[in-house]
Ligand binder design. Sequence first.
Ligand code: DC
Length: 230
Amino acid sequence: MRDFYSIAIDGPSGAGKSSQARAIAEKYGFIYVDTGAIYRTVGLAAFRRGIDRKDEAAVVAMLPELDIRMAYDENGAQCMYLNGEDVSKEIRMPEISICASDVSAHGKVRAYLLEMQRKLARENNVVMDGRDIGTVVLPDAELKIFLTASAEARARRRLLEHKSKGIEISFEEVLKDIQYRDQQDSSRDAAPLAQAEDAWLVDCSETDFDETFAALCALIEEKLNIPSEN
Ligand code: DC
């Protein structure tokens, strides 16, 4: 019997994993771990230092100089700190998405960040989202969900998100970015984006946030047999 529950949510960029995972964490009293934010922080560091992100050795050489920490603000939102600086906002810039995807393709970068993610799950009830949570990071998670949607549906949602933050970008650019990351995240050798054999597939192309959330909660309550806190 394990001390804590883990819920793994994997899927492509823009499927709504983080907003669903955050709402699940709040409803069931789990902590939410956004693992993409960790890769984004490494991507940002490489970007700032002008490091060739495709060069694994150069990216790996930088890692020991990075102090990457996570914290939660008063609203329960996950904040990322890079060498003491709060970079939570900057890591969401569209150009940093590409940097994150680039650095995350390196096996040694993934190995370096693995323990940090596993430790959080050993010490807390977690809902963790990413690309390889059910397959590599938490293969024993009590519940695995693969949340996906068509590239167009994901680009439409991402565009609205960017607009709400005042980020100027076109639909075509967002779609291109999503397609680039889908291709790279799924085809890399190191822990590619993949649905675990024992993951539940949820396609939210045609459902809105509330409908998707209801479907996920039904799965959680059925499979984990836990009551909601809220
Ligand atoms: O979830 P996100 O879009 O914030 O993730 C940014 C990038 O990080 C994404 O393109 C792929 C990578 N990533 C990964 O390889 N493994 C994870 N567990 C999470 C993210």
